[in-house]
Structures are given as C-alpha cells and as structure tokens.
Design a protein around this ligand. Sequence first.
Ligand SMILES: Cc1cc2nc3c(=O)[nH]c(=O)nc-3n(C[C@H](O)[C@H](O)[C@H](O)COP(=O)(O)O)c2cc1C
Length: 190
Amino acid sequence: MDFIDILKKRRSYYEIDRNLPLSEEKIFQTIEDVLYNVPDANNLQSQRVVVAVGEHQDKLWDAIYDAFGGKVKREKIDSFKAGYGTILFYYDGKTIKEAQERFPRYAENFPTWANQSNGMLQHSIWLALRELGLGASLQHYNPVIDDALRELFDIPEDWVLIAQMPFGNILEEPEAKDKIDIRERMKVFK
Ligand SMILES: Cc1cc2nc3c(=O)[nH]c(=O)nc-3n(C[C@H](O)[C@H](O)[C@H](O)COP(=O)(O)O)c2cc1C
C-alpha cells in the first residue's frame, strides 16, 4: 500500500475481535518502531505508550467500566474489550516540566507541543496498525479512568493519559462518512 492508500484505509473500527492475522510480536515491534521514530518538540521524547493484551486487556476494560460506576454502556465497553489489545497514550509530565524550567520563554507551549506530539504518535500508530491489516479506534475515557489505570499498570505519577486505542482483527468495514468540500479547507497560492 502506498501512503495515501493507508491514509484512506485508516478508519474508526468498532467491530473487532482477537483473531489476529499476524503474530503479536509483529504488532509490538511495529508500535515500538513508530514510537521511536515519531518526532517530538525539542527532541524531548516525552511520549509514552502502554500496550495491554490478554488478561490485561480484560482487566483494563473492566476497570474502565467500573470507574464510571455503571454510567457507560456495558455493550460499548465490551466492544472495545473484544479487541486483541489496547494502546494507552501518555506523555511524561516530568519531561515537560523540566523543559519548561530550561526554556522559560516557551514554558506555555510545552504542554501543547506534548499533546501535538501525542496526536502525531496516535495517528502514526493507527496507520501502522491498518497497514498490518488491523483495525483500531480512538477513545477518551480519561480523566475519569486515570487513577484506576495508574494502579492497574503501575503508571508513574507524572504520566499524563491522553487517549486509549483498542485494536484487533477487523470484522466489519465502517460506512463512509460525509466530508465537506476539500477546497474549503485548503488554499494554494501559486
Ligand atoms: C482527537 C480525536 C479524538 C477522538 N475521540 C474519539 C472518541 O473519544 N471516541 C470515538 O469513538 N472516536 C473518537 N475519534 C474518532 C473520530 O470521531 C473519527 O476519526 C472521525 O469521525 C472520522 O472517522 P474515521 O476515523 O472512521 O475516518 C477521535 C478522533 C480524533 C482525531
């Protein structure tokens, strides 16, 4: 697949299961390669990921359900739990705080840049998973789940949770979504 092809094929996949079309080692290696190569402001390397599979995947989604005290639909949580695993996206607040102290002139920008780098990482991993033939979606149950996950995965106090990405074998292609005229979103001066 060329790059634009993969971009087009990346969708929010909600119908997923655990019948992997490839080894889990290949998935872990791919996530590692993406994490290593995605850029970060000032080369801070502030981004962190946690990958949960197997019983950890089960415990994760049960903990998310519990954190909401029954206020989220069990079927929805189970649809994410049905996936092979989940990638938790964090950035390290300690790295950001140190950068703010080192570069006070840009202090306000660092948290924004950390979030931007995290978004770049999320999208890159989303694309890389799709290139492997896997489907994923992006979820945001934080900050309600932050403490529960900290305890479950022994997450350092300084890590800031940004997003959760359940992934797995694709069971169903999502329907096409409406898009506004691209000319309203891009201007070229030549
Ligand atoms: C920053 C960001 C936050 C998102 N948050 C959620 C979310 O919390 N839950 C969800 O199901 N999808 C979430 N999405 C997915 C978008 O709704 C989805 O990507 C968009 O509607 C386009 O659909 P597609 O992914 O199928 O192309 C998020 C996407 C982005 C980029």
